[in-house]
Design a protein around this ligand. Structure first.
Ligand code: PLP
Length: 388
């Protein structure tokens, strides 16, 4: 068994060895700037375009619809802020309105907050107790406003793993002629995605969530949407995203995407089996615990629990002393712990939300590790409750 058991794959993943190997020549051999006119830059240019074509194929988009960014946060900021600019410039400066959910990542929520400062409206679609958008109510929200400039709903939630009804939302957006963005940072590379069939106009993804390097991602923008540039400067990325391209990062993301798609079915099956095994043991053997999120529409690697009467942070720290990396559910804000906004939005009471522990598996985890982890969770929770 490994010295450390890593169970925080929703936070980040190990860069796969094949990825590191593929990136290396673009640091020290083919290091030419892709924008140069001499031939030396050609290799990096080719590598970027090859990756663009491959990534486009994985989501059934066209290569010219893929724009490389510095990751999920930038892609989300770009999609939201420029969709609002686009709407305002098309509608004589009339203020737009964004429909999103209360369980989005902070890259979306804080972008919305920023946009509200400029007069843009934001409302939050209702989600059920498992975190899924309630479609009937979403439809009413859409109908009740005239100035909706964007619907943005995450593909899958990073805390509780719930997969949203993306194709239904995409169809709803199409019926109303509205732009539909999805933050697919937790889904891309883990679930098959078809932007045409699912009616997705913009999609954010990030390499470090599927075995690629940190600091690189992409935004898919449907060709018909003339989304303005967000980062201004040079003419890179067809004048839409300035800055010398992160060539090694882009190459690494391409290889990671290739491996993720090749291994998706088998890895998903294995991970789901291990997740279910661990979840079963935790739910059977520990009192006063609930599993959050949706049982059916759920990322295969996510097991998120709330243990009554403890704090998730303390549990994560104690598990760390046992060589186990997991995440807790709270955010540290000015020195005090706040309940997760996701758990609050799905109606989990504070007494339970405080005890949130998120476990996210990867392909390298084993059943032996799950048995060890189940025993250690049992021990740590009993210690904290004083029941051992
Ligand atoms: N969106 C979601 C759903 C995420 O889980 C994350 C990262 O945790 C992000 C956006 C931000 O991505 P990045 O770390 O690439 O900026």
């Amino acid at each position: 068994m490994n010295e450390m058991i890593y169970l925080d794959h929703a936070a980040t993943t190990r860069t796969l060895p094949e990825v590191t190997e593929a990136m290396a020549p673009y640091q020290d051999i083919y290091y030419g700037n892709p924008s140069t006119i001499y031939e030396f830059g050609e290799k990096s240019r080719e590598a970027i375009e090859r990756t663009r074509c491959f990534i486009a194929r994985t989501i059934h988009a066209r290569p010219e619809e893929i724009f490389f960014t510095s990751g999920g946060t930038e892609s989300d900021n770009w999609a939201l802020k420029e969709a609002v600019h686009l709407y305002e410039s098309k509608n004589g400066r009339r203020k737009g309105h964004i429909l999103t959910t209360p369980i989005e990542h902070h890259a979306i929520l804080n972008s919305c907050r920023e946009l509200e400062q400029t007069g843009c409206g934001v409302s939050y679609l209702k989600v059920d107790e498992s975190g899924r958008v309630i479609l009937r109510e979403a439809e009413e929200d859409v109908l009740s406003r005239e100035n909706v400039c964007l619907i943005s709903v995450m593909y899958a939630n990073n805390e509780i793993g719930t997969i949203e009804p993306i194709d239904e939302l995409g169809r709803m957006a199409k019926r109303r002629n509205l732009i539909f963005h999805t933050d697919a940072v937790q889904a891309y590379g883990h679930l098959p995605i078809h932007v045409q069939r699912e009616g997705i106009d913009m999609l954010s993804a990030s390499a470090h969530k599927f075995g690629g390097p940190k600091g690189v991602g992409f935004l898919y923008i449907r060709r018909e949407i003339n989304l303005p540039a967000f980062v201004h400067g040079g003419a890179q990325e067809s004048n839409r995203r300035a800055g010398t391209e992160n060539v090694p990062g882009i190459v690494g993301m391409g290889v990671a995407a290739e491996l993720a798609h090749k291994r998706m079915q088998t890895e998903r099956r294995k991970i789901r089996y291990l997740r279910d095994y661990l979840a079963h043991r935790v739910l059977q053997e520990i009192p006063d615990v609930i599993m959050t999120g949706n049982r059916k529409f759920r990322l295969a690697n996510n097991a998120s629990f709330c243990f009554k009467g403890i704090t998730g942070e303390a549990a994560a720290i104690l598990l760390d002393t046992q060589g186990i990396c997991v995440s807790s559910g709270s955010a540290c804000s000015t020195g005090s712990l706040e309940d997760s906004h996701v758990l609050t939005a799905v109606g989990i009471e504070s007494e339970w939300a405080r005890g949130a522990v998120r476990i996210t598996l990867g392909a390298e985890n084993t059943k032996e590790e799950m048995d060890y982890v189940a025993e250690k969770i049992k021990m740590v929770i009993a210690d904290m409750r004083g029941t051992r």
